[in-house]
Design a protein around this ligand. Structure first.
Ligand code: UDP
Ligand code: MG
Length: 316
């Protein structure tokens, strides 16, 4: 019988373990009856400091494994390790906090099962419309920058909540980027993909693990691993400032030669030095971001380290 792998990373989610176990139980029955699929649950402990693993071991049913990472590696890497551990013909990725509604999971599975020509079915958050004007603008700008001049298109608001055929999952694993900007990688790998709109449910329990700072860092990761637009535009700004400087210089010379005007020294010097200095530093910082990413790739450390794998048959 074909197997569906349910992959879910978690970080301190002991409070929603019980609900998650119910969720997987329901999915297991449903996919067996409707699509003739066996369910395999692969959880990834991304460095939890609470008793999440203990809780999951108590409440999970059926065929499950928990990949215990040696520390917190971040959701992107945790997901990667989960996919690598999974063996199913289909891989469905969800959050452990049950924000990804059951009905949407079933809808994604049935959409993929119904169409042999599809490789990936992903979900698109459709609740972003009532966000503040500034946030919506920042998001639009981000996708504009990142999609500029690419051969592939990164859909807005499409995240990790998706189902892939094994072939697509293998392709994703073959991308060895150390700093993983998943949204970009899903688009980069291609295949036939289809989006389904959804509205996330409130968390089953606990709080979001994402801070504003982490989100900003992730966006920067997206830019540095997918776009050279900031670097190029900095060069353009540099050239423009250089030309303006030359024009200004020419004007001073002409004025001095023809009219004997006294060249005003201090203010103009200060202005040009600080403008140029500022741009130089900004460009250096930007360049540094790209260099930092490069260093990470060159060091070629493993993506993650596993401390232990817990299995449903351990208990037996
Ligand atoms: N998560 C993780 N490692 C992290 C941060 C989060 O495995 O470093 C998990 C978390 O337990 C949850 C999922 O990733 O199952 C999504 O995180 P969260 O709910 O905090 O993000 P949000 O839904 O608020 O975007
Ligand atoms: Mg969540």
């Amino acid at each position: 019988m074909p197997v569906l792998s349910l992959v879910a990373p978690f970080l301190n989610e002991q409070a929603s373990a019980e609900a998650f176990a119910q969720f997987t139980k329901a999915i297991a029955t449903d996919v067996k009856n409707r699509f003739g699929l066996d369910l395999e649950v692969v959880l990834v402990d991304d460095g939890s400091t609470d008793n999440s693993i203990g809780r999951y071991r108590e409440v999970l049913d059926g065929n499950w494994r928990i990949v215990e990472l040696s520390r917190n590696f971040g959701k992107e890497i945790a997901l990667f390790s989960g996919i690598e551990e999974s063996k199913g013909d289909f891989v469905l990725m969800v959050d452990a906090d049950l924000q990804h509604p059951y009905e949407v999971c079933i809808e994604m599975i049935s959409t993929l099962m119904a169409d042999d020509d599809l490789d990936v079915v992903y979900s698109v958050r459709s609740d972003r419309r009532d966000e503040s004007w500034a946030k919506a603008f920042a998001s639009k700008l981000f996708y504009k920058v990142i999609n500029a001049g690419q051969r592939f298109d990164m859909p807005e608001n499409a995240g990790d909540f998706r189902i892939m055929r094994r072939q697509a999952a293998t392709a994703l694993l073959s991308i060895r980027d150390k700093r993983r900007f998943n949204k970009g990688l899903y688009a980069w790998m291609g295949f036939r993909q289809k989006g389904i709109p959804y509205v996330p449910a409130p968390r089953a329990a606990g709080n979001t693990k994402w801070s504003k700072r982490a989100l900003a860092a992730l966006s920067l990761e997206g830019i540095t691993s997918f776009s050279s637009l900031p670097l190029r535009s900095m060069s353009v700004v540099g050239v423009i400032i250089g030309i303006l400087g030359m024009l200004y210089g020419a004007e001073i010379i002409v004025e001095a030669l023809l009219f004997g005007t006294n060249v005003p020294g201090y203010p103009s010097l200060m202005a040009s030095i600080s403008v140029l200095g500022g741009f130089n530093l900004a460009l250096l910082g930007l360049l540094g971001e790209y260099v930092w990413v490069t260093i990470g790739e060159v060091k070629d450390r493993p993506l993650y380290i596993v401390r232990r794998i817990h299995r449903s048959d351990d208990a037996a």
